[in-house]
Design a protein around this ligand. Structure first.
Ligand SMILES: *Cc1c(COP(=O)(O)O)cnc(C)c1O
Length: 439
């Protein structure tokens, strides 16, 4: 098989190998890397007895074929996918939960972050100069990336450091603590601005060629192919399991902010996996719901909501989504739908879910549960809800609402028991530049 080449969505960057695209993060023309075409794969290629890591290695094989990382792919998958993503039936006939929160920081982003870390460590030569991984986070990305690069390898020897930018005061106290709890090679920067400010600052730094020469940098946002590609795996694994037992495709409702998690599901569907309908559940940031309702795409500033990891007004993967449909917005609107769920509905959904099923969902997952409630009135298909985080991360929303304390998973409790600190940073591109040069 000849190796796939990776191109920029903006079409003004040279074709790259997968390794080069993963190492770079963003393409040099400011676009996002995409494969020259999406490979297809037959469901019969997957080992029915294989675990999630085995499914991932088979699924990602065509993307890695011929690349420098190809031989390491099974080991990379074993490292990244060392915790399950169970598809658990909900206590109602028409829905199941795909639980993506059993990793070290209790959110789905652990998968992508661990996969990216496993790739970048292998791509670095012994004498490679120190590399700074920049990450803008609305909450969960930063912790997942911090944990993936902090825990796995000796921080001094590998020459990798991580700088996490997050919007001060707009993440939950527990999330903030998590972000500042790493120390060593992982730096938390609390920015006096929004998530979109953080993202803009990171993009500007990565695109600054002069700065790149002095401080080599890469990104770990969901724009990185090293995070996006692995996220296809849990959708593929769940859909294959469902298809083997029910002889039907599985339909997904996915809480969406930057479109990384949902785009991965669409790519898996485009590869030929037995995935049916896909619905995006957004919070009050309605950029995508308005687009899917037929309006022009109009990115804007984010507003703060209860589902803060989805507070995105300009979803960075939208460029890739458009590319997936050849730039044909009508075809894109036919293939998928997005709905907006406001904070009042998130609260009501969380309360109803607790009352009817005796279980607590995270506020992000609640947006998908709200969309499920609307969808189940229309037809009787079985929807899988992507449960994107463990509820215990969002105690400041959930405990006052539900009036009861939440039990923390042990990995989260251990992280929160460590001391935490974060440095303040102005929401300006020069402030990040100065910080990078000074440290
Ligand atoms: C990041 C995140 C989302 C949104 O995922 P995207 O890939 O940005 O669309 C949803 N829920 C939780 C808990 C998250 O951390």
């Amino acid at each position: 098989m000849s190796a796939l080449r990776y191109l920029s969505t903006r079409g003004r960057a040279p074709a790259a190998t997968l390794s080069a695209a993963i190492a770079a993060g963003l393409a040099p023309d400011g676009g996002l890397y995409v494969p020259e075409h999406l490979p297809t794969i037959d469901a019969a290629c997957f080992d029915p007895a294989g675990d999630l890591a085995a499914t991932a290695a088979t699924l990602l094989g065509p993307f890695f074929a011929g690349d420098a990382l190809a031989d390491a792919l099974p080991a990379i998958c074993a490292e990244a996918f060392n915790f399950d993503a169970p598809l658990r039936p909900l206590a109602r006939p028409d829905a199941a939960m795909l639980e993506l929160f059993h990793g070290p920081t209790a959110a789905f982003k652990d998968y992508g972050a661990r996969f990216l870390a496993a790739c970048l460590h292998r791509l670095r030569g012994d004498d490679a100069p120190p590399l700074t991984i920049l990450v803008a986070t609305s909450g969960d990305t930063g912790a997942a990336v911090g944990a993936a690069f902090h825990d796995q390898h000796d921080p001094v020897q590998c020459g990798l450091r991580v700088a996490i930018l997050y919007p001060d005061g707009r993440v939950s106290p527990r999330q903030a603590h998590q972000l500042g709890s790493f120390g060593g090679n992982v730096h938390a920067l609390r920015v006096a601005g929004s998530f979109d400010d953080c993202q803009r600052m990171v993009k500007a730094a990565l695109n600054d060629a002069g700065l790149q020469r002095r401080v080599p940098m890469s990104s770990a946002n969901s724009i990185s192919l090293g995070r996006l590609l692995p996220q296809m795996s849990y959708y593929a694994h769940a859909a294959l399991g469902w298809w083997r037992t029910h002889d039907a495709p599985l339909d997904f409702i996915i809480p969406t902010g930057n479109l990384g998690n949902a785009l991965a599901c669409l790519w898996a569907r485009a590869m030929g996996l037995p995935i049916g309908e896909v619905r995006l559940a957004c919070n009050a940031n309605a950029t995508l719901p308005e687009f899917f309702a037929g309006h022009d795409y109009r990115p804007r500033d984010a507003i703060a909501t209860l589902a803060n990891a989805m507070d995105v007004g300009a979803p960075s993967n939208f460029e890739r989504l458009r590319w997936t449909f050849g730039g044909d917005d009508e075809a894109l609107r036919r293939a998928l739908d997005a709905q907006s769920v406001d904070d009042a509905t998130i609260r009501a959904t969380l309360l109803r879910h607790a009352r009817e099923y005796g279980e607590v969902a995270c506020p992000h997952t609640a947006t998908a549960l709200a969309v499920l409630a609307r969808e189940s009135e229309r037809d009787d298909r079985t929807w899988a809800i992507a449960a994107t985080a463990h509820p215990a991360k969002f105690e400041s929303v959930l405990e006052p609402l539900l009036g009861e304390p939440l039990t923390m998973p042990p990995s989260l409790a251990a992280m929160l028991a460590r001391p935490a600190c974060a440095e303040p940073l102005a929401a300006e591109e020069t402030a990040l530049r100065n910080w990078l040069l000074a440290t």
